[in-house]
Structures are given as C-alpha cells and as structure tokens.
Ligand binder design. Structure first.
Ligand SMILES: [Zn+2]
Ligand SMILES: [Zn+2]
Ligand SMILES: [Zn+2]
Length: 341
C-alpha cells in the first residue's frame, strides 16, 4: 500500500507508491487516447474518466453524461487512497503511516480550452464554488489534516498531457512542511504583535502601492516583497479570513474577476507562460491540538500563490531553499500593471 514516510531530520513527509502496483494499465490507455486526439475531459467523453464525485450540472442531466459545467473525478493514478486506515507506526527510528487522503481532478470547463485565463468570469466563479464545495466536504473527514487546491499549467509546470483546463485537489493526513512553516511563522508574529501578519502586509502594501498589481473591494493582488520567482503573485482576501471555504457568493464573484485579470496579465506579458498556483488555507482543526493552535482563527489568513515557471528552478534553489529571483517584485508589479487587457 502507498505510505507517507517522515524524514527524521527535517520532518518532511514524502508520499511513496504502492510497491505491488505496476503502472496502472488505465493510465497507459489514457495516454494512447490522447495521442489519437481524444480528450477525456471534453463534454461527451465522460466514459473515459473514473465515475464523477461531484458536478455542477443542468437539472435533469445524468451523472457521468453531458450537461455539466464543472466536473470532479478521482485522479486516475491517485497518490493517496481514501479507503485506508492511517496505521501510524515506526520502523525503528523511522515514522511512517498509510498514505490516506483524497486526490481529485476538477475539470474546469466542458469545452476544450486549456488556460483558466481564457474562461469567462462566470465560469471561473463556478470553478471557485466547486473548490469551496470539495474542501468543505473533505474537511468533514477529520483524518485529513490539510487540503490543497493546486494547478499545473503547461508542461514545464508539471502538467499532464491533457490540454484541457483542470485543477487538482489533494487532502492529506499530515501538515506538509511549507504550510507548517507558514502556520508557525504566522503564529509567532501574532504572539508577539497580537495582529495577523497577512492583515499587516495588506495594510502596508496598500499604503505604498509599489507592489500592488490590482485590487477590488474583496481582494488584493500583490508581487510579494520577497518573491521567490520572477512575476510571483499572491492574491489575498482584504478582510481577515482563515478558511477559504467560508467565502461568500459575492466574494466568489470578485475572486473570479481578479483571478482572471491576473492570469490574463501574466499571459499577455510573458507570452502564455507555464504556471503553478496553490491555495493555502486553514487546516482541519483537530481537538487534541487545540492548545497549540489556540490563535489559529486570528493568526492565519488564506491566500493563493501563483508562480509563473518561466525560469527554471536550478540545483542551488533545490539544495538550499534560497531562491535567486531575476525580477524585483517592484519591477514585476509595474510591468503587470501596465499590461492592457
Ligand atoms: Zn478537452
Ligand atoms: Zn488576516
Ligand atoms: Zn502561502
């Protein structure tokens, strides 16, 4: 069975595959189909994906048939399995557990369009509402400690060969290192200042505007002060909020609008670059950890990080976690603001 192994020095978790599983034949078939020009994510081809978990559909249309607007299916080669028991255990000094979790694919449109930037705002809103619904649903499973929505667009960003707009969702039983570092940093700032570090960041960025790219009544898009990547963008809700799934309907609309605007600005300025985005949101609250995470509702603030992969990450970044950025965030924000859309 697939396992989660903890690296004992840094505490980094790694998902390992099922040893007895050969490469699933369904995946090979999928690749053959794509080579023949059949897209499994297009409306009418529902039979080529595993049965749907959720869909926004026309009234009267049937599951796994046409008539949907956004469709969620299990990943064909899931890294994690929802049906396993955690079975935390040790192999002498090493800790491991079964890789329990969810791995889903969100098909963002029934039409064969590859970039989310090219969908209408109303369609992007439906995608965001679907992300909300899936996170809220999976949070009911207390084994799943953190849930991430992410996107790989373009081959350099690690996208699958399917050129049809889709995002993915992974829910895991651990708190991965990057999120843990953010949670810890936000808590330490709060312990010291009794204010949310993200709220303070928003206030400061709005006061100088050097790194602000665009904004609306609910959201702000900035080039963060210590961007790791050229043209890295963060989208933050202006009002303090820990959990993405609590987004109101009106805020969903404003997020869709801002997300489209940012993705279009990046597309025009950088000639349709590959990119990743990740949603960082409040983890599942676990009762017995209540003491440690007491201020979580006040100290953490959900956000989206968008990283154009227009430069490669090299050995130095890999080996050190120290990034070399080729464009200052002030230059990036100025160029992105100037783009005519
Ligand atoms: Zn398609
Ligand atoms: Zn805040
Ligand atoms: Zn983050």
């Amino acid at each position: 069975m697939p396992t989660l192994r903890r690296e004992p020095i840094t505490g980094r978790w790694v998902i390992n595959p099922d040893e007895t599983d050969d490469r699933p034949s369904s995946l090979i078939e999928m690749e053959k189909m794509i080579q023949k020009g059949v897209c499994p994510f297009c409306e009418g081809n529902e039979k080529y994906t595993p049965p749907e978990i959720f869909a926004l559909r026309d009234k009267g249309s049937k599951k796994d048939s046409p008539g949907w607007e956004v469709r969620v299916v299990p990943n064909l080669s899931p890294a994690l399995r929802v049906e396993l028991d955690l079975n935390r255990r040790a192999e002498r000094m090493y800790d491991l557990m079964n890789a329990v979790g969810a791995h889903e694919v969100i098909i963002e449109t029934p039409k064969h369009i590859s970039n989310l930037a090219d969908l209408d705002v109303s369609q992007i809103k439906k995608v965001i509402q679907t992300h909300k619904q899936r996170i809220a649903d999976l949070k009911k499973d207390k084994r799943l400690r953190s849930i991430f929505v992410f996107k790989n667009y373009g081959e350099r960003a690690g996208s699958s060969p399917i050129k049809h707009a889709h995002s993915q969702l992974i829910g895991v039983s651990v708190t991965p290192k990057n999120l843990k570092e953010e949670l810890k940093g936000a808590k330490e700032y709060y312990d010291y200042k009794e204010r949310c570090v993200f709220c303070d960041m928003i206030k400061q960025e709005l006061s100088t505007e050097k790194r602000v790219i665009c904004s609306n009544p609910d959201f702000l898009a900035i080039a963060p002060f210590a961007s790791r990547f050229s043209y890295e963008v963060w989208i933050l809700p202006r009002k303090h909020s820990v959990d993405f799934e609590n987004l109101s309907d009106e805020a969903c609309q404003n997020l869709a609008f801002l997300l489209k605007e940012i993705l279009l600005r990046l597309k025009i300025l950088l000639d349709d670059p590959p990119y990743n985005f990740i949603l960082h949101s409040g983890p599942n609250r676990i009762k017995r950890r209540g003491e440690v995470w007491k201020t979580l509702n006040e100290d953490y603030h959900w956000h989206i990080e968008i990283m154009p992969r227009y430069m490669r990450i090299d050995g130095f970044e890999w080996g050190t976690g120290l990034y070399i950025n080729a464009t200052t965030p002030e230059q990036a924000a100025a160029s992105l603001r100037k783009v005519k859309i």
